[in-house]
Design a protein. Structure first.
Length: 291
């Protein structure tokens, strides 16, 4: 009937985490990874906290609906019980003895997730709670991570020396990952940008030059305190009607944003040719040189 409004469709209630449908092969790979962690002594809840595994509720649904997968997990749990005995994993209270053992294993090059997977170590969530609540442990943890970079640096060299024609691609991936980790763990030593010493204030520099009886020392100091300057250039490109990509960065030098946008639009419409861009580039260079 006219004038009647259609009722809005009911909104779907958002869940805590969207369910991701996976193929059986990916599902089997995740379950096998879970089995390895269970055999190492981890609990189901702790293993499913790993970001590479599905949530515990999803894993429980898979095991319930697929008896074959459930049998694999049951065998892994039975193997862990034979190795470590029945019962839950021991709860580790705070102590510097356990904390130093965690830091020692980190310095050996292991990841925190790998360290906490051992049954004689506290759980990952426990170590995270220690880092939040204990500033002294957090400071020691940061120093341990810096020392870990030394071990990973040597590991990258060993991987490179042991690589051959069959493993060079895998070795390259490992080395690139280690380079990234080392640069983040010890940026002052292995980072791409090194920390610079703070420059003296203008008043302090003037006072030093006035107090010195020799003019040469003041000049040497100014040369030694030279700051490192980094220059960045934003490159701009445009696509011609013939689908050719052209660099219009230097042709638009000295223009404002509207002028550079109009230049790119003109190239895209075919109104500005490559010869026009060369003339604009030459004119921009002459302006820069003051000719």
């Amino acid at each position: 009937m006219a004038g009647t409004s259609q009722a809005p469709a009911p909104r779907r209630r958002p869940g805590p985490k969207s369910y991701e449908r996976r193929s059986y092969q990916r599902k089997l790979t995740a379950v096998l990874t879970l089995c390895r962690r269970l055999e190492a002594g981890e609990s189901m809840a702790e293993a499913c906290r790993c970001p590479t595994l599905p949530p515990r509720a999803t894993m429980a649904y898979w095991l319930e609906t697929d008896p074959a997968l459930g049998g694999l997990v049951a065998e892994a749990q039975a193997a862990a019980e034979r190795s470590y005995g029945p019962g839950r994993r021991a709860v580790h209270r705070w102590s510097w003895r356990i904390a130093r053992e965690v830091l020692s294993r980190l310095e050996d090059g292991r990841g925190l997730d790998e360290v906490c997977a051992a049954r004689d170590m506290p759980a990952y969530a426990t170590v995270m709670a220690w880092l939040r609540k204990r500033p002294d442990f957090r400071a020691e943890y940061a120093r341990a991570r810096e020392r870990q970079a030394e071990r990973l640096f040597d590991l990258a060299w060993r991987i490179a020396c042991e690589a051959d024609e069959d493993t060079v691609k895998t070795a390259r991936l490992k080395i690139q990952t280690l380079k990234y980790r080392v640069a983040k763990l010890a940026p002052r030593t292995y980072g791409t940008l090194k920390a610079q010493a703070p420059q003296p204030a203008a008043g302090e520099a003037g006072a030093g030059e006035g107090g010195s009886g020799e003019g040469g020392s003041g000049g040497d100091g100014a040369a030694g305190d030279r700051k490192l300057e980094l220059a960045f250039t934003v490159r701009r490109f445009a696509v011609t009607p013939g689908r050719k990509v052209i660099d219009v960065t230097w042709a638009g030098e000295g223009m404002d944003e509207d002028g550079r946008a109009a230049l790119r639009q003109g190239v895209m419409r075919g109104e500005i040719t490559e010869a026009d861009l060369e003339r604009l580039t030459a004119a921009a260079h002459r302006r820069a040189l003051g000719v």
